[in-house]
Ligand binder design. Sequence first.
Ligand code: SAH
Length: 224
Amino acid sequence: MDSGQAQVLCEQYLDGVLEINKTTNLTRIDNREEALVLHIEDSLVGLPEINEAPEGKYADLGSGGGFPGVPLALYTGRDTLLVDSVKKKMRLVSELIASLGCSDAIHVYDGRIEDLAKEHKGEFAVLTARALSRLVSLLELASPLLMKKGRLVCYKADITEEEVDEAQAVASLLGMKLLSRRETVLSDGETKRTILTYEKIGPARLKLPRRVGMAQRNPLRPRD
Ligand code: SAH
């Protein structure tokens, strides 16, 4: 698909989300102009980082209403899995994807990321996460899902050095390494976005996934 077709499908998808949003909450942003920037444009900010990842499957962790997963799936053509534990959201998102004729390439998993990691260890070439957790938790959730040299692309607003350092302190324990960091401002002139990309460099030195909820509620610390 060329980028013109991908953009048309992105907007059709967004319109579907906004329609569903009238009755069921999929996203906080319900103004179309705002959503074009904060959902579609923002989702595509990480496109260069996704394209640099090795070939293979892509999953969007904590996908919610399908962002950034659906726009990235449409623009990259990668075999895509949207992951979220809220079953009702995933059902509505999957019906919408089917209505756009995209079910062959975009799939959903309505469960916990930790459970997906038990079933599909090392299967993914690239992962994204927007508005999901602190970096330290994202590294832990991503590590068991990634193949060697696979990438985790994190979408962050208001990143602090403390959050980056907290993740750095356990990155090598998790077999992960910070590759790049890039800042940008969206076309509204005010929304700041930081993209941090991590690479899976080897196996984690602890058994993953830990029990459901631990990565987010009880993040690893260096002494672990
Ligand atoms: N990425 C979307 C949604 C962010 S909200 C966006 O940026 O618009 C975070 C989502 O992550 C929620 O829908 C929540 O249900 C999901 N989530 C949080 N922890 C999860 C876990 N461990 N497994 C699966 N889904 C999770």
